[in-house]
Design a protein around this ligand. Structure first.
Ligand code: TNX
Length: 509
């Protein structure tokens, strides 16, 4: 494909006086197929309208909101196309499925079609990258707003392309999470896994157990003041994510990683004594009390309230690093927890350790280890479970880039930009082939992170690589061409005030 892309790039430079500054394939994640019509570019003008077919009005409004600040154009959303229009419509080739889209660009206008609004939204993310980087600015820019002519047909390799944010080790406000949602959505990430509870903090209001949030959420790593989301704030966050076509998957980590809960309610401890709040970064020292009935009353209440706040189908139950729970107790615990999730109408996602508990085939174990093998995970795949891929030495955004990185950890090694891109989810875990892969997720643990700039510095550029692995066909995988497309994202991040790591592996413009 390297040479195919090169041909296309050369082809896409029209010979007319005012060529588009970008080519049709200069997009991350790279589209499935693109065919350039040289010289047939579309130019946005002050007269351009957004023609929204039935059911596409919200995506059209979102597109208008994206384009107005930098172009300064009115870009009204109208029902019928006029001379210069970007037309959005539902109904596209079956080939693009539920998440893909078709984009057709000529001098007369742009047509964006998909079978769902998810697909249209994905197409909008492509379209914005086809405009000059200045389109990302928040103030009016002088630029030629030209989109290269041609045709794109595009759809994802995997349905699940996720990012995880740990709001437990350090708390991030709803506005900070919304900012991250906007940042990830532009790379067609469609899941946000929120790690809502850990040893250092409980971040979601549970009305039947109020001290979880008010006490358990009152600190964080390093002893700061922490925080939590009220149920109202959380619902608003979930709705905001939905407006960016991102489904939130909430995680309450259990039976380990539970010190904040144990500190809030003495009765949850086997000895009835609440431990102190914890602000360090050790893992594996806490466990819910497996043999107490109140533990399951607690779980029933928490899962019930969480399920009621969650429009998505999945709840994440954690299950990782349960070093303070014996293997027998782990089985006993999961044997009671898994049916509770089902009772509240949800499906189970969990770290790959849950594979040992023989969960239903609808359960999604999330592989996080670094050695590419786990017998229980492979056995779950053989039973029909889909596995979510987050190998820590590739996909963990909290790993340092190198020994000099000012933020992050390195227990899984250093992860440079090329490492995060150069792997294949279909061969990442022994015994888990392409058909058993649910998709990819890039977790961002926050032991060392306190600000949005910190989040961005760790996520960018690596998240773009994980997003491309999750979306683009394996046949397009090529570091040499990827790094050029990635370089072109730099000015877009700058225009968006995203603080990113200027890796020496990439020739930033
Ligand atoms: C491991 S891998 C964890 C987290 C830490 C992270 C730091 C896994 C499922 N759990 O508890 O925050 O390492 O990189």
């Amino acid at each position: 494909l390297g040479s195919a892309l090169l041909t296309l790039t050369a082809f896409a430079q029209p010979a007319n006086a005012a060529p588009a500054s970008r080519s049709l394939t200069d997009v991350v994640p790279v589209p499935v197929s693109a065919q350039a019509d040289s010289g047939d570019d579309f130019r946005l003008t002050p007269a351009t309208v957004l023609a929204a077919g039935h059911g596409t009005e919200q995506v059209a409004a979102y597109l208008g909101d994206l384009l107005r600040p930098s172009t300064g154009y009115r870009l009204p959303v109208v029902a019928r196309a006029r001379n210069s229009a970007i037309t959005l419509g539902l109904g596209a080739s079956p080939r693009v499925g539920e998440q893909g889209y078709q984009l057709d660009v000529s001098r007369h206008g742009i047509s964006l079609r998909a079978n769902t609004t998810d697909g249209l939204f994905a197409g909008v993310q492509t379209l914005r990258q086809l405009l000059p980087a200045a389109v990302e600015a928040k103030t009016v820019q002088r630029a030629r707003w030209v989109v290269p002519g041609g045709h794109i047909l595009d759809y994802p390799r995997f349905a699940y392309r996720g990012a995880m944010l740990d709001v437990a080790r350090h708390f991030f406000t709803p506005d900070q999470v919304k900012r991250y949602i906007d940042e990830i959505a532009q790379y067609k990430i469609n899941r946000l896994h929120l790690h809502l509870a850990d040893d250092q903090g409980w971040r979601i209001e549970i009305r039947s157990w109020p001290r979880l949030a008010t006490y358990g959420g009152s600190t964080e790593v390093g002893g700061g003041q922490g925080g939590y989301y009220t149920q109202e704030q959380y619902r608003d966050l979930v709705a905001y994510a939905a407006s960016r076509h991102v489904t939130v998957i909430p995680e309450i980590d259990m039976p380990g990683h539970t010190n904040a809960a144990l500190a809030s309610y003495p009765e949850l401890n086997c000895d009835g004594v609440a431990p102190p709040l914890y602000t360090g970064i050790d893992v594996g020292f806490s466990s819910l009390c497996v043999d107490k009935d109140i533990t399951y009353k607690f779980l029933d209440d928490v899962i019930g309230e969480l399920a009621a706040m969650t429009p998505g189908r999945y709840l994440h139950i954690g299950g990782d690093e349960a070093h303070a729970t014996t293997p027998a107790d782990y089985q006993k615990f999961m044997g009671r927890l898994l049916p509770l999730v089902e009772k509240h109408g949800k499906l189970v996602q969990g770290w790959h350790e849950i594979a040992k508990a023989d969960p239903a085939v609808s359960a999604v174990p999330q592989f996080w280890d670094t050695d590419g093998q786990d017998a229980a995970t492979a056995a779950a795949a053989a039973r029909g479970n889909k596995i979510l891929m987050s190998p820590a030495n590739k996909a963990y955004l909290d790993m340092q880039y190198n020994a000099g990185s000012p933020l992050g950890l390195h227990w899984a090694g250093y992860v440079e930009v090329k490492d995060a891109y150069d792997w294949d989810p279909a061969t990442a875990v022994q015994g888990v082939g392409e058909e058993s892969v649910a998709g990819v997720e890039a977790p961002l643990w926050s032991e060392t992170l306190t600000t949005s700039a910190n989040i961005e510095y760790m996520a960018f550029p690596r998240l773009a690589g994980i997003a491309e692995i999750g979306w683009s066909p394996r046949s397009t995988h090529d570091w040499a061409t990827y790094r050029e497309r990635l370089a072109a994202q730099g000015p877009r991040w700058t225009a968006q005030s995203i603080d990113f790591y200027r890796s020496p592996q990439v020739d930033w413009p």
